[in-house]
Design a protein around this ligand. Structure first.
Ligand SMILES: Cc1cc2nc3c(=O)[nH]c(=O)nc-3n(C[C@H](O)[C@H](O)[C@H](O)COP(=O)(O)OP(=O)(O)OC[C@H]3O[C@@H](n4cnc5c(N)ncnc54)[C@H](O)[C@@H]3O)c2cc1C
Length: 416
């Protein structure tokens, strides 16, 4: 029997399984004791949180979602989402980059298990993912997830411009990615690209998910990195010039990524827990600050002002709404959700991505001028929180677009 939690996790208090309690305690302790104090450094330097990754590796959290049959911790989708929110509470950039790595294990693991495949594809996938999981479990390998190209591809509205051409024994990759979090830090880059069939008719159904080793010839990283927020993600540009990778690097059989994106919409929801964590951090800070209890700050109480009490109440109401939607959405995440479940998923994503920035805005306003100084975390949380709603394929705008259209039109319906 695991001991009850002695803290309220970022996701809120729920009926956790013993494994969830144990893992949440691990994530909370790592975040509170190690990641929180380092977060300002990664932000200031726009440098990758290598020290946090050493700790994640040591704690077994790089293999969190690798099935137990392959030496991992075998955590399911909801458990990952809870932990990511907890880590995001202490370091947004660590949580967001950890998401890219974990997705490479969830997509090939629990998500792939829920996607229809022929027996032949299933056998091919089982053999290939063994290699991929082995690298993570045995060698502590870290994976990035570069999809974005600055075109409609990452929005799911066009084929990826990066191509893979079949050659003897493997694939030849050409193209360019932008916004590749973990650039320079990952051992492998899980690239989405379109199979080049030589017919000049690229088709999104031919999307391939292939891992490119950081050491591959023809692979390079370039560009400046000096963004507003999430600076520790170090999301620079990648170029692939006739990069050869062997067949074994294919992370999903041909055609399966396209099916997966349609079958498992919750695969894109995994960007949101980082921002639920950031929202919690801003709320936690505000309560501490107004009570005059921030370590190292003068013990000036500001809680006696009714306007500040009202703002804290507003922040709490918004945070509770975000947590409720989020926790419902992670529990009902599955292949082929119903229309209501899909709408709730979109609503949860939107509420978290826009809500995180709202909460940070209210926090700064009510804590007041001194709270925005750089030695305190609030201004960083505010900047980090702005980034979530920009992330494809589910930007805040594209969520509104999908929800409106999918509410008013049933699949296949058109106006005359
Ligand atoms: C901190 C951070 C880390 C990131 N890490 C990664 C990463 O690891 N891997 C990765 O792949 N990406 C990553 N991204 C990129 C992110 O997912 C988006 O691709 C990126 O923010 C889009 O920027 P853009 O300027 O190209 O966007 P936009 O120009 O807004 O979008 C690109 C294209 O998408 C289409 N589009 C956008 N909005 C709409 C709309 N409303 N309606 C119709 N079409 C639309 C258009 O074709 C548009 O040209 C990261 C982003 C951030 C902020």
């Amino acid at each position: 029997m695991t001991a009850p939690l002695n803290f309220t996790p970022a996701i809120g208090d729920m009926d956790f399984t013993p494994q969830q309690r144990e893992l949440l305690t691990l994530a909370h302790t790592l975040g509170r004791d190690k990641f929180a104090a380092r977060a300002a450094k990664w932000d200031q330097e726009a440098s990758f949180p290598f020290a946090n990754y050493d700790d994640l590796g040591e704690a077994g959290l790089l293999k969190l979602c690798v099935p137990t049959s392959h030496g991992g911790l075998g955590a399911d989708y909801p458990t990952y989402m809870m932990l990511a929110a907890e880590i995001g509470r202490f370091c947004g950039a660590t949580a967001l980059t950890w998401n890219m790595h974990i997705c490479s294990t969830m997509w090939t693991g629990v998500l792939a298990d829920g996607i229809a495949m022929s027996d032949e594809q299933r056998a091919e996938h089982a053999a290939r993912r063994e290699l991929h999981f082995g690298r993570i479990v045995n060698d502590g390998a870290v994976y990035a997830q570069p999809f974005s190209e600055g075109t409609a591809a990452a929005a799911g509205r066009a084929p990826f411009g990066t191509t893979a051409r079949k050659v003897d024994g493997g694939w030849l990759i050409n193209g360019r990615k932008i916004w590749a979090s973990l650039s320079g830090a990952a051992d492998y880059y899980g690239v989405l690209c379109t199979e080049d069939r030589g017919d000049q008719h690229p088709d999104a159904r031919d999307t391939l998910y292939i891992s490119v080793p950081a050491t591959a010839e023809g692979f390079s990283i370039s560009g400046e990195w000096d963004p507003l927020g999430m600076r520790g993600t170090v999301s620079r540009n990648l170029a692939f010039k006739d990069v050869f990778v062997s067949d074994a690097e294919q992370l999903m059989p041909r055609g399966i990524y396209f099916k997966g994106a349609q079958t498992w919409p919750a695969m894109f929801f995994t960007l949101s827990p980082t921002y639920l964590g950031v929202a919690n951090a801003a709320y936690d800070f505000t309560v501490q600050y107004l009570r005059g209890e921030v370590p190292g700050e003068p013990p000036i109480k500001r809680r006696q002002f009714p306007t500040k009490q009202i703002t804290v109440a507003q922040m709490r109401i918004q945070l509770e709404a975000m947590k409720s939607l989020f926790s419902r959405a992670i529990q009902e995440a599955k292949p082929n959700p119903s229309k209501d479940e899909r709408m709730r998923l979109y609503a949860a994503h939107y509420s978290v991505m826009e809500g995180a920035n709202d909460i940070c805005r209210l926090a700064l306003r009510t804590c007041g001028g001194q709270s925005m100084l750089k030695h305190l975390p609030l201004e960083r949380l505010y900047r980090d929180s702005r980034c979530g709603a920009l992330m494809l394929p589910w930007t805040a705008e594209l969520i509104l677009d999908r929800m409106g259209r999918e509410t008013l039109y049933e699949p296949g319906e058109k106006d005359a």
